[in-house]
Design a protein around this ligand. Sequence first.
Ligand code: HEM
Ligand code: HEM
Length: 334
Amino acid sequence: MSRRTNLALLVLLAVAFMTGWLAFASGTAAGRWSLVVHALGGFAILALLPWKSIVARRGMRRSRPGHWASITLAVLVLASLLGGLLHSTGLLRWWGAYTAMELHVGAAIAAVPFAIWHVVARHVRPRRFDLSRRNLLRGGALVAAAGAGYAASELAVRVTGLAGAGRRFTGSYEMGSFDPELMPVSSWMFDAIPVIDAERWRLRLVMPSGTRELTYAAIQDFDDRLQCVLDCTGGFWSEQVWSGVLLSRLLGDHSSASSVRVASHTGYDRRFPLDDLPRLLLATRMGGRPLSPDHGAPARLVAPDRRGFWWVKWVTAIELDTLPHWWQSPFPLQ
Ligand code: HEM
Ligand code: HEM
């Protein structure tokens, strides 16, 4: 019983972790499946908790080093499950300055080293009969139980009218649409907000034909507009009208390049395929008003159908180059 429980947990933790990141990588409805699998993985872990608590209690009675690390793992996995459920139901979406989604993902990331240690120190050797017909049937029953739990929670959210009923296909909640003042501020991990003097700010354009520098005055009169949704991995979305200049217009001939890199004053950057150029906007205004520093002033990128971490703030350089667009970490490392 304990082998099966532990091995099932190993598979489910891996599935939940990977599908969580897959969901973060997707900004369109086509990526919804990853969150359905993710939720099933999470509910299956919940369903195994009664069995795992028997295994854990027995393990605690043995005298061997590292119990504290197993307990830390348990606390972090439970915190992540709690954060995920609080977010998805809408019961509690903010926890001080943090969103329940940030608690959810933060606890899951913090659990990784403990999970690796746990699996190595308390290793379970898979055996051929783990894939027996009976065990596969048990696996099927577990997935069915997870599906029932997931369906019941989605139904309960709708029947009770909890906020979770209104979330987008990414799981995010609407906030401050068409009202820039109310749009939450968020940045990927640890980027601090710089205050940049627009008079002294320069935009460096690196193109095959050479490098140019533009002033704020040179771009502020452009009025290309995009109305689109910023869907933040922190768990909210907001629709705004953005104005500025489309990168296709700014960069002109790009036939000899392979990708475009957009870099921030803080060193943060993202690389895009050239096909995106006509839909990428360097925005100086949101809702007709100049951007505030926390939303990326003097200029930020607007990248429709991509999650918020692609929307580089405080842009200082746009570079065409010959590296492929996928030549970057799938998620920013700073
Ligand atoms: C949800 C994730 C997990 C949590 C929260 C968790 C937690 C715990 C705790 C608190 C203990 C008892 C303390 C100890 O032995 O140090 C334990 C024991 C154990 N765990 Fe886990 N564990 C998890 C997943 C896993 C996985 C994925 C495996 C292996 C594939 C595993 C294998 C074991 C083994 C073999 C024991 C010892 C059981 C015994 O001595 O009878 N656990 N676990
Ligand atoms: C220990 C690993 C993880 C577990 C066990 C887990 C489990 C869960 C659970 C139970 C939910 C609630 C599902 C629902 O009721 O709809 C959830 C939601 C969510 N999780 Fe995770 N998760 C883990 C890691 C991650 C990671 C690493 C990410 C992202 C990088 C992530 C992203 C999300 C998102 C976006 C939601 C919201 C889904 C929605 O509201 O529809 N999760 N997770």
